[in-house]
Design a protein around this ligand. Structure first.
Ligand code: SF4
Length: 441
């Protein structure tokens, strides 16, 4: 049995794509190594376990991410060290289709995951096979998958976006918005429900743009999803949507995610809090719009958990404009902040701008990271008893990770396997990233 190891970099969309690749390959008779360990992190540090799998594998699929320079660097470092047949997937080959180096490697495009078997077959025969052509629509894609975690369904709802952010390379890979038909997504949800899934993640480059190309919308899709999971104990994570859609849909979103089946959690990447820099980033919203969205959502759902992304050191950002962002973030108290340094990405407008000195970019992201690592917005939960759904094993033996209804991480110890189950947990301590406690019943 030929065995294949899929190494995944980047976002949850890439993890969903790896699950789909695994489905076609195992369905054809290949052995998939270590799928359960697919974790979406940018680490090139290969665990002992991973190194063992790499030794065992007859072929390796690198499902790549191109969002930042380090993601490219880590991938190319691994590629150089790889002495096995390789297939490249994800955003690096898809955004560099015409590049000379790619002629030496087999590659599959983000629209063509269902063609993976013919790419692998050809590669094992020693051929270089490319299936990188973009598709006009995704109507014929069924999204079959093998879940890395049998309790969590990661469901892509679209490919690409409607944005043209000046710093972004992802757009060159994922392209212009193509929404999956609502029926395809609902069919996936029904299948997940039938298979005992407890948590559903909706993923893409911008969930807010859903349906803009097929006469639907994110609220419309979410209403259909809530009908489908009604009376089940499934929890849905709406995921990431851009601020312009949070502003457009704030009233409907507040109404919809109030329902029990939705986590009270939204990830809304503002990137910065200065209108002039937002303009230079070509982000189609203003600071007053997202401030209005956040205060409305907090008013309607007081315990909502809000996550955001911040880019520090965009070329045109002055020290004063960075302070606007820093002061605003301190005021808004986001529970999760993904902090990035600006990186000039190839073939992007921002890469042609006059760059700030690297030390200044580092200083700004350090100032924000230092502040954020010193806060803990979970403290108020100490002493409370919360209802928690457990779907992941912890890093320490006998520990499990669950989510509260507002998507806070909760870590407990348990002698018995509690995956897929919900318990009340008495919280006795917290860190910035999680709550710790005892199961009470
Ligand atoms: S919305 Fe902007 S940052 Fe996001 S994928 Fe599209 S172009 Fe890139």
């Amino acid at each position: 049995m030929t065995s294949i190891f899929i190494k995944t970099f980047g976002c949850s969309h890439n993890v969903a794509d790896s699950e789909e690749l695994a489905y076609y390959l195992s369905n054809f008779g290949y052995t998939i190594l270590g799928l359960e360990n697919v974790t979406s992190h940018l680490s090139s540090s290969q665990s002992e376990y991973e190194l063992e799998l790499l030794k065992q594998a007859d072929l390796i699929i690198y499902n790549t991410c191109t969002v930042k320079n380090p993601s490219d660097d880590k991938f190319f470092t691994l590629l150089k060290r790889t002495n096995k047949p390789v297939v490249l997937a994800g955003c690096i080959p898809q955004s560099q289709v015409a590049d000379e180096w790619l002629k030496d490697y087999s590659a599959i495009g983000v629209d063509n995951l269902d063609l993976i078997v013919e790419v692998v077959e050809g590669t094992l025969k020693g051929d270089v096979v490319h299936r990188l052509k973009k598709r006009k629509s995704l109507d014929d894609r069924e999204l079959p998958i093998i879940r890395r975690n049998s309790f969590v369904a990661i469901i892509p709802i679209l490919q690409g976006c409607l944005g043209s952010c000046t710093y972004c390379k992802t757009k060159q890979a994922r392209g212009h918005l193509k929404s999956y038909p609502k029926e395809t997504i609902i069919k996936q949800i029904r299948k997940a429900k039938h298979e005992g899934v407890k948590e559903i993640w909706l993923v893409s480059e911008d969930n807010g743009a859903y349906g803009k190309d097929i006469d639907s919308s994110l609220p419309d899709l979410l209403r259909n999803i809530s009908y489908t999971v009604l009376n089940s104990d499934i929890m849905v994570r709406v995921g990431m949507l851009n601020p312009e859609y949070a502003f457009e849909y704030k009233i409907e979103l507040a109404e919809i995610i109030k329902q029990d089946c939705f986590y009270k959690f939204l990830h809304i990447p503002i990137q910065c809090a200065n209108d002039s820099v937002l303009k230079d980033m070509n982000r189609p919203y203003t600071t007053s719009q997202f401030k209005e969205s956040f205060s409305y959502l907090r008013e309607k759902i007081p315990d909502i958990t809000l996550a955001t992304d911040i880019i520090c050191g965009f070329p045109t950002e002055s020290p004063e404009q960075f302070l606007d962002t820093l002061n605003y973030v301190k005021e808004e108290k986001f529970t999760v902040i993904n902090i990035s340094k600006f990186y000039p990405r190839p073939k992007t407008p921002a890469a042609r701008m006059k760059l700030l000195p690297t030390h200044e970019v580092k200083r700004r992201s350090k100032e924000l990271s230092d502040w954020f690592s010193g806060v803990n917005f979970n403290e108020p939960y100490v002493g409370q008893t919360l209802s928690v759904l457990f779907t992941e094993k912890g890093n320490v033996d006998g520990s499990f990770i669950g989510k509260t209804n507002n998507y806070r991480n909760v870590i407990v110890k348990s002698k018995k396997d509690i995956l897929g189950m919900r318990f009340n947990v008495k919280i006795h301590s917290t860190t910035r990233d999680d709550l710790r406690g005892e199961i009470v019943n």
